[in-house]
Design a protein around this ligand. Structure first.
Ligand code: AMP
Ligand code: ZN
Length: 475
């Protein structure tokens, strides 16, 4: 545990506040997961990277974090105003597959992208289609309490029943364009413009593939109810921190608060963490316009996904970030240089525990200052420049990389493989090479045998062939 405070910008209070969870040293954290109708673009992944460093920072300073994420595999329509087609169905049509096949394929693809970007898998990952009975139960309670109504065979949440529907988003009704899209007919079943669908039985399209029986007829859930139910299922009625991209503030998170608090009858979640968008020169990144920027595309172009993670960490999560290949190129050299410095750290010297603790604390303070990742990276550079032993630097790098996850811990191990330091490791390595050389000679592969001798010689190890076998020594 590191004695430090964490300050976060809270979208709910609209200011930076000290983060104090409900239970001491425990954090209940929820993240809106991907809609798995297509690959995630690197904009989506910016949000997940920044939420990942937030989670890892909380763990670093000693919190026991339980993080839950949903997978949206039903109910997310192409417009946030409950209009348009279910995105999953559009994906299935595009690829001539079933919705469940699409969901499975893109959930796996998302998890692989996360792995490549060293984004930790949340403790619980729950697809919406696993929780239909929970959604139905919550909707029943909302109806009983008078917060919901049935109209045109759909169930709607009545936003006029709340004292402050806009508690999160600070929008005024007359400023709102949601619920109505210029090009789409208004849903005349809604009593108020901001009301939203909890359960669809009759929608603007009738070819929905996934449907379930419910007290209101065969249908499917709305998108917002998923996150309220899935988070409560695993985290209970009180949540500490809820994350997502800024586009989720309205209407998604606003609606989550409305229905959750109507359901539990008290304040639900204390802190709201929102990551700003990754944009391209032409505006907000999207899956339908321009180049579809994915992790795979980056790899095809020869970029290590770690370079993208580094690119994201160099900017503050609350600022919009503009992506271009040139901007990424500028980061490649810096990342390679950093990695090289880490690989070149020797194991020499004693570990200065006081120095390790000092840099850990400075790092935690930078992160605790509203997740200031670029200052936190500066602390890492300061440690690398400091007048302390390489052994101490190695320990600091390994510790800070628990949060940054830039592959630096792995870089330290890489070095260990090519130049084993511990006596046992060295002996095992040389003996393995001697065996390989013996086998090469037996196969008359003298070129390989010489290569092994040279490789060892380059490390200062001399071989001497005797009648008793090959002996070795270090110069
Ligand atoms: P979706 O798969 O569309 O439900 O989005 C997954 C996550 O990515 C959500 O938290 C969104 O708020 C976030 N997101 C969407 N577009 C962007 C973007 N351009 N930059 C950063 N985050 C985004
Ligand atoms: Zn959500």
């Amino acid at each position: 545990m590191i004695e430090t405070k964490t300050y976060l910008y809270n979208t709910l209070s609209k200011r930076v506040e000290e983060f104090i969870p409900n239970e001491e040293r425990k954090v209940a954290m929820y993240t809106c997961g991907p809609t798995v109708y297509h690959f995630a673009h690197i904009g989506n992944l910016r949000s997940y990277i920044m939420e990942d460093v937030l989670e890892k920072h909380l763990r670093f300073v000693g919190y026991d974090v339980k993080r839950v994420m949903n997978i949206t595999d039903v109910g997310h329509l192409s417009s946030d105003g409950d209009t348009g087609e279910d995105k999953m169905l559009a994906g299935a049509k595009r690829e001539h597959k079933s919705v469940m096949d699409i969901a499975r394929f893109y959930t796996d693809a998302f998890m692989q992208d996360c792995e490549k970007l060293r984004i930790k898998r949340p403790d619980v990952v729950e697809p919406a289609t696993n929780c239909i009975p929970e959604f139905i139960h919550m909707i029943e309670v909302l109806l009983e309490k008078g917060y919901a109504y049935v109209a045109g065979e759909n169930v709607y949440f009545d936003t006029s029943k709340l004292e402050n529907y806009y508690v999160l988003s600070a929008q005024k009704e007359d400023e709102l364009k949601v619920g109505v899209r210029e090009d789409v007919e208004e849903d005349t079943n809604k009593r108020n413009k901001t009301d939203f669908v909890l359960w669809f039985t009759k929608s603007k399209f009738d070819n929905q593939e996934l449907k379930w029986d419910s007290p209101w007829g065969v249908g499917y859930p709305g998108w917002h109810i998923e996150c309220s139910c899935i988070s409560m299922k695993h985290l209970g009625e009180y949540m500490d921190i809820h994350c997502g991209g800024v586009d989720n503030i309205f209407p998604h998170h606003t609606n989550e608060i409305a229905q959750s608090e109507a359901y539990v009858g008290h304040k639900w979640c204390n802190y709201w963490f929102h990551v700003n968008h990754l944009n391209t020169k032409s505006g907000k990144m999207s899956k339908s316009k321009g180049e579809f920027l994915t992790v795979s595309l980056m790899e095809e172009k020869g970029y290590d996904p770690m370079v993208y993670r580094y690119f994201c960490l160099l900017s503050h999560y609350r600022k919009p970030l503009e992506f271009s290949w040139e901007a990424l190129d500028n980061v490649v050299a810096a990342y390679e240089k950093l990695k090289k410095r880490v690989v070149n750290l020797s194991r020499e010297g004693d570990i200065d525990e006081a120095a390790v603790a000092l840099y850990e604390k400075q790092f935690a303070e930078a992160m605790g200052n509203d997740i200031n990742t670029s200052s936190a990276i500066t602390v890492l550079y300061d440690a690398l420049k400091a007048d302390i032993s390489d052994a101490s630097k190695r320990k600091i790098v390994a510790r800070l990389d628990e949060v940054l996850s830039l592959g630096l811990k792995e870089a330290l191990e890489q070095e260990a493989e090519s130049a084993p330091a511990a006596d046992d490791e060295l002996t095992a390595y040389v003996e393995r090479m001697i065996e390989e050389r013996k086998a090469a000679k037996k196969e008359k592969n003298f070129a390989r045998a010489d290569e092994i001798r040279d490789e060892l010689a380059a490390k200062g190890i001399t071989l001497k062939d005797t009648r008793e076998g090959t002996l070795w020594s270090i110069q």
